[in-house]
Design a protein around this ligand. Structure first.
Ligand code: FAD
Length: 263
């Protein structure tokens, strides 16, 4: 389509525009498919907003919004919430303080070569990798001790109750049922998600949903992290675990977030 704006992306960076797009799309579009939110689904929403407000190094006005959204939800998890009322909080209708979540999809690192490729699912993975890494970082810097599975459980709940790709949700739930309980530390949570994501990449390589300009690969590639993949005789990729962990913590660090194209 000739109207598509091409945003120049560096694949060694994480773009805040992608992270904000993930939040806009999840909270306004995916959650908006449910006019009434209650029970386990409402709880899943509240847990999702909670990990985002705690661990996403967002812009100050967005942090303010996420905090009010969480406080508003938490007071209502035993009742019913109308999406319309939730949306008023999202849009900061009361304007008590300056708070804003951008209201468009603006993918940079997740922009596909065509509109049907990449975009939201790419940004959702990016968001959750960022949250697992930031939860672990916070434990080293402050007195807060996030529970090892807090972020992954919130992701599991979000995917189960809201993720529009139902087939994806079933696959993900199966992986979670199989092994999520084996995650005992914050670093194991980082590793678990990285490893499962690579399994998904392997399964989807060559599928119709693959953007030809962004083939599914085992990640990080040797180009991004020369010391992560260990050379072997066989075709199989083997990993240097400490280098992968170091790479994950560097790639999904605050310092590696680029502000380009933010509106
Ligand atoms: P994505 O796989 O979305 O990855 C986004 C970015 O994350 C990459 O560009 C790269 O920078 C980085 N990355 C890649 N691998 C890793 C890794 N291992 N660890 C950390 N970062 C990494 N699609 C289906 O067709 N079937 C499914 O069953 C399915 N299940 C899904 C389950 C979940 C929970 C999610 C969020 C998505 C799922 N999808 C599924 C969508 C699919 O995984 C991709 O998100 C989509 O095809 C877009 O691919 P992409 O090339 O943008 O890269």
């Amino acid at each position: 389509d000739e109207n598509t704006v091409i945003r120049k992306a560096d694949n060694s960076k994480v773009y805040m525009a992608d992270l904000e797009s993930a939040l806009h799309y999840s909270l306004r579009v995916e959650v908006g498919r449910f006019h009434v939110l209650e029970g386990e689904r409402l709880k899943a929403l509240s847990n999702f907003v909670n990990v985002v407000r705690k661990y996403l190094p967002a812009r100050p006005y967005l942090r303010t919004l996420l905090n009010s959204l969480y406080v508003w939800l938490r007071a209502r998890t035993r009742t019913k919430v109308l999406f319309d009322d939730f949306e008023d909080v999202l849009n900061n209708k009361n304007m008590d303080q300056k708070a804003v979540l951008s209201s468009e999809e603006n993918y940079v690192g997740c922009q596909g070569s065509k509109p049907e490729f990449r975009g939201f699912p790419c940004s959702l993975w990016t968001l959750f990798h960022m949250l697992t890494v930031q939860a672990s970082e916070m434990a080293t810097q402050r007195t807060v001790k996030p529970a090892p599975r807090e972020v992954l459980s919130a992701m599991r709940g979000y995917v189960k109750y809201f993720f529009g790709c139902r087939e994806c949700a079933e696959h993900f739930e199966r992986m979670a049922q199989e092994s999520l309980r084996t995650v005992r530390t914050l670093d194991e949570a980082i590793k678990w998600l990285w490893e499962r994501h690579n399994r998904v990449n392997k399964r989807l390589a060559g599928a119709a949903s693959e953007d030809p300009d962004f083939p599914k690969v085992q990640w990080p590639t040797p180009e991004l992290c020369p010391l992560c993949q260990v050379k072997t005789e066989s075709e199989l990729v083997t990993w240097d675990d400490p280098n992968v962990m170091h790479f994950m913590k560097t790639h999904f660090s605050k310092d590696n977030i680029a502000d380009a194209y933010l509106v």
